[in-house]
Design a protein around this ligand. Structure first.
Ligand code: HEM
Length: 415
């Protein structure tokens, strides 16, 4: 497959199935130049290095990206009915990032995650039992979407009736981020963004008047480093990121991981044995190996603030770099036989699926816990998982995120 051109990376068929590209280009160069101003970092070592150099590789890429893909007038007119996008977490650098991150860290501490484990298990068991009542389902629609949506919605002050909206809004933000969409969809996404903002703004106002026990209320009443309270646009930005980052990625990990187990019966047998024995360590390692091989956030942008050199390649100031975490996680220098799915891999946890450094995923403990509880309950209650006859799993092209949109499966309840 040496005929894959370096510059073809963002072509839909390559981005939908990028593994040959990684296998071809990683041995040639850890950093690949896609155009005068765009680079791809493929190796584990150099992805890790770039995440540690925030002076050079900035997360403040939103402005550069929207400059390159200027909002068209119709889209801008719709967005003007909402609040401006401001940089808080993912798209902010220190010191702005540091202040917001401190606030959100508190809400996602291990203690908080442990406190919601019981509710989480309740949601998981309900979903598995609904699956068990039928011989088949679409695992994405019936399990992998509702679980993270329910968990994140409750964290951000949304309940029952709002769950469908959360998924719709989250999809719109993801489509805008990946930007491989038609104009009609762009307009629809802009309308979803505005609807989301007005919905959350109403809940912000309610909490200003009457504090409640949720993250949204915490944010409304928090003072950043003892300074001023957060502005509406800042709270909306944080909420939007939690909603988007917490949904699609976890859905993709859950579904991709189940497919890996189905495709690898020997690994499935080991996973079932671990679940039956209540071997939490083994289940946690399964989760890490799923994250390594699936890498739902396949890549993330950085904007280059000063002339740099990475992996022997010169990168000019102003260039955009994509850290390709999915490629780094299959770097043979770090993971021998990297395409093999091995739930006993000893260094699986060192993966970069959550990034590294100051922007490392704030929701990593939450999603790890969701995956561990989900696989335990699925494997102890159901068996004989198979992909439904005639279905060929496929991945829609998206520049940053990678995940199944459907996974029809058959199974039966364990005797
Ligand atoms: C399997 C699931 C998930 C994956 C693979 C994932 C992946 C990532 C990655 C790679 C980053 C770092 C981006 C960078 O390098 O700039 C990140 C950041 C982030 N993630 Fe996640 N994530 C997941 C789940 C979640 C959940 C459940 C939440 C929240 C509820 C969340 C919220 C965030 C936020 C807010 C950031 C930005 C943090 C910052 O810039 O300080 N993620 N995530």
């Amino acid at each position: 497959m040496n005929d894959i051109a370096a510059s073809s990376f963002f072509e839909p068929q390559v981005i939908a199935d990028p593994f040959d590209y990684y296998r071809t280009w990683l041995p040639k160069s850890p950093v690949v130049q896609l155009s005068d101003s765009m680079f791809l970092v493929l190796s584990y070592e150099h992805c890790a290095q770039a995440t540690g150099d925030v002076e050079t590789f900035s997360n403040n890429f939103q402005g550069t990206l929207s400059g390159a893909m200027a909002e068209d007038g119709d889209v801008a007119a719709i967005l003007a009915q909402g609040w401006p996008q401001v940089d808080t977490l993912l798209t902010a650098d220190p010191p702005t990032h540091t202040r917001f991150r401190k606030l959100v860290n508190l809400a996602f501490s291990m203690k908080r995650v442990a406190a919601i484990e019981e509710d989480m298990r309740g949601v998981v068991v309900d979903l598995v039992e609904q699956m068990a009542a039928r011989p088949s389902c679409d695992f994405v629609t019936d399990f992998a979407i509702p679980l993270p949506v329910a968990m994140i919605a409750s964290q951000i002050g949304m309940t029952g009736d709002d769950l469908g909206k959360v998924k719709r809004w989250s999809d719109a933000f993801v489509d805008r981020l990946g930007r491989m969409i038609a104009k009609e969809r762009e307009l629809e996404c802009a309308r979803e963004v505005v609807e989301f903002q007005h919905f959350v703004k109403a809940r912000i106002d309610e909490r200003r008047a009457n504090p409640t026990e949720d993250l949204l209320s915490d944010l409304v009443h928090a003072a950043v480093d003892g300074e001023r309270p957060l502005e509406d646009a800042e709270i909306l930005s944080i909420m939007q990121q939690l909603m988007v980052a917490g949904n699609e990625t976890t859905t993709s990990a859950l579904a991709g991981g189940l497919l890996q187990l189905i495709d690898n019966p020997a690994q499935m047998a080991k996973a079932v044995a671990a679940a039956d024995a209540g071997n939490e360590r083994a289940i946690i390692n399964l989760v890490e190996e799923v994250l390594r091989t699936e890498s739902p956030t396949a890549g993330m942008w950085r904007m280059v603030r000063q002339d740099a050199e990475l992996g022997g390649i010169k990168i000019p100031q102003g260039a955009m770099v994509q850290l390709r975490y999915a490629a780094a996680n299959r770097d043979p220098a770090k993971y021998p036989d990297p395409d093999r799915f091995d739930i006993e891999r000893t260094n699986a946890r060192s993966h970069l699926a959550f990034g590294k450094g100051i922007h490392m995923c704030v929701g990593n403990m939450l999603s790890r816990k969701e995956m561990a509880v989900a696989y335990t309950e699925l494997l102890t209650r159901l068996t004989d998982f198979a992909v439904a006859d005639g279905h060929a799993p496929s991945w829609p092209p998206n520049m940053l995120l990678r995940g199944l949109t459907t996974l029809p499966i058959t199974y039966r309840r364990r005797p």
